[in-house]
Structures are given as C-alpha cells and as structure tokens.
Design a binder for this molecule. Structure first.
Ligand SMILES: [Fe+2]
Length: 373
C-alpha cells in the first residue's frame, strides 16, 4: 500500500483501500483500477491523497507480508464513528443543543474494538476530505488517546471518561467562525485570539451537560496546555494539567502533523516521531509521550527504505517497542539491480545494519519505474 498525492494519480493504478467522502459515502472501493474519470471524481471531492497498491508488493515473495494490515480499529468502524460525530456536531451547530448520546455510544464502541485488537499498532493515518478534518480528527484523537490510556493500565471507568473527553475535545471549534477555522494560511492576531478561545467555549458547553463527567469536560478545557506551562489558556504546567489532558494533547498534535492540511502535506510517521520527541518536556509529559510513541509504526508495513549498505528494502514486519528495527526484504541490491527473491533481514538481530533513508511517496513512484514490466 502506497500513499499517492491526488495530483500524482495516474490511470492504471489500483486503489488499495476504500475511499469515502466526509459524510461516509463510498466513492471508490478497494481494487478499483483507476480510469481518468475516477481521478477527476476524486479531485472534485477535494481528497489530498489516496492509498494505492504498492507496486513492490507483487515483486517480493515474502510469505510473512501481512495479507491485511492489522489496524487498531477497522476501517468500517472508523467511518461509522466519523459519520456519527459529524452529524451530532452538525445538529449542535443548528440547534445549539448538544445531544451527548451519540458521542457516548461512539466512545463505547471504539473502546470495545481497541480492547479486542490489543497488540495492534498504528500504521496509517486515514485520509479525509479537507472540510471533514475536525470530525476525522476527533475520532483519531479518541483512538490514539484510548490506546495510551490502556497502556497506562486504565480500567473501563477511566477509559470511558478519557475516550469521551477526547472525542469532544474540540467541541468549542463549533463556535469558531468557519472562515477562521478553515482558513488556508496563517491567522491574523485577532483571528488567532478567537481560535484560542475554543478550549473555553468547549468547557462551557460540556460542563453543563449532566451526561458528561466534569473531568471529560476538563479535557476540552486543558488540551492546549503544555507541560512547561507555555500553552493556553491558563498556563498550567506539569501535574497541574490533568493526566487525561496530557494524553489528549499528545494525540492531538500527532494526528495534526500526520494529516494533510490545506497549508501542508502530512509528515511521514518517522518525521512525526522526531518532531514529537523534540517536544518532550516542553510540550508533552515525557513519560506518556514514550508510551504513546511505542504504539506508532515509525516505518509502517510496506514502507520502502534504504540501508547503510546501499540496498533498498520493503518493510515486512514491525513489532511494538521495536519499531526502529523492523524486518525487511531486499528489493534492490547495492548496485541498483532489482531482486525478485531478495533476502529477509531482521534488524533486531543484524545490529550492524541500519536504515538511513525512508522513501517519500513521490520517490517510491519514481523507483517503481525501474521495475521490470
Ligand atoms: Fe484544539
């Protein structure tokens, strides 16, 4: 599976995952071979990128390349959650009254599925149309936070408080004017001031809901506070920030930097890892950050990487906690010759070898041109 920017889609590429619009309508199903009309349709829906079948997967004979990439939540579950959250927030904007039931139900089924898939890692960020960012983001932050809560040993009671607050953390954004929320560029000082009020707006709405635990409302209130006290809105620091909000702050930033936004393309997971690590102690609680990052596949399955020997390989296996040392299969030797049955390398055992480059989606496309037809 290979992420390709919408502008680089070409006829003949095969779609690897179902593609949905913001409101959950299936635009194209997996395995579709793209025709020019499909590409035009996808561009109309403002999708920034699409997963296509990896041109290298057919050329390796790795028996252990997973048939399906194990995800923390299934795609259908994620799509369903985004749909429910989207319409519940829309109703709130129209009626100015928050129906908490859909959020509680969504938090519940997400927790259930994450518990069932214990041991799975985060390999992919999902793709969404630009205007749907907030809804997909709420669901992703909920999934990432719940996973971290589990690693902290939370019981169901705490997981529910955390998941619900995570799902609702940006509720206050529903009161921020759309032209500020969706502005494709830097905000003016005045716009920023309005934007930075969204934790207060959110807290104000949520603390009045009997059905929402007050501590979940505090997640919305505190999710932009930073560990060193330099965040907003109250400059809280360290343990004065509730542990739930310290978790959600990490999930929030990780999802933002690994998503395509109107003003920037998504960072690759290993770049996100480096960025997040550089913010330990300042933005983030370093202990929770480490737990969080252990769940992220820095080199997701099917990534194409280069070793210090000059060989080029595809990632075929990743284990939690050992993400910097995946198992690889060589696809080009050090002289650039393509191998149909290259050797498999377990980097946890071959300690003199290391990855010194990960190929960007554009570079993978370029490399695939060297494959024998
Ligand atoms: Fe926020």
């Amino acid at each position: 599976m290979q992420k390709v920017a919408a502008i680089h889609l070409q006829p003949g590429m095969a779609v690897a995952r179902n593609i949905y619009s913001t409101d959950g309508v299936l635009l194209l199903s997996a395995d579709t071979v793209l025709a020019p009309a499909h590409i035009e349709r996808l561009q109309q829906f403002d999708l920034t990128s699409v997963y296509i079948k990896n041109p290298f997967t057919d050329h390796v004979t790795a028996n252990d390349l997973f048939d399906t990439i194990p995800e923390v939540v299934r795609e259908e579950t994620r799509v369903q959650a985004v749909q429910v959250v989207h319409s519940a927030f829309q109703n709130f904007v129209i009626n100015r009254e928050l129906d908490t039931q859909p959020f509680k139900e969504t938090a519940e089924f997400l927790i259930k599925e994450i518990i069932e898939n214990r041991g799975a890692m985060i390999h992919l960020t999902d793709l969404r149309a630009r205007d749907g960012y907030t809804f997909g983001h709420s669901v992703n932050v909920c999934v990432l936070s719940t996973l971290t809560g589990m690693k902290l040993g939370y019981d169901m009671f705490k997981l529910r408080e955390l998941a619900l607050g995570a799902l609702l953390h940006d509720t206050g954004k529903m009161l921020v004017p759309k032209d500020i929320l969706l502005k494709p560029g830097p905000l003016t000082a005045e716009e920023r001031q309005i934007m930075e009020q969204h934790p207060d707006f959110g807290f104000d709405i949520l603390r009045r809901q009997e059905e929402i635990p007050l501590v979940s409302a505090h997640i919305a209130f505190q999710h932009h506070e930073k560990f060193d006290g330099s965040g907003y809105n109250r400059n809280l620091g360290g343990a004065d920030i509730h542990e739930y909000a310290r978790i959600v702050a990490i999930a929030d930033v990780y999802d933002a930097i690994t998503s395509d936004r109107p003003y920037k393309e998504a960072n690759l997971p290993y770049e996100a890892y480096e960025i997040m690590m550089s913010l330990a102690n300042t933005h983030f609680d370093p202990f929770i950050l480490r737990l969080f990052l252990n769940q992220i596949a820095i080199y997701p399955l099917e990534s194409i990487v280069q070793l210090n020997t000059g060989e080029i390989a595809i990632v075929v296996k990743v284990l939690p906690g050992l993400q910097t040392r995946p198992t690889l299969r060589i696809i080009f030797d050090e002289n650039g010759y393509h191998l149909t049955n290259g050797r498999e390398i377990d980097l946890t055992k071959e300690l003199t070898l290391f990855i010194n480059k990960i190929f960007t989606p554009d570079e993978v496309l370029h490399l695939s041109a060297k494959l024998p037809k």
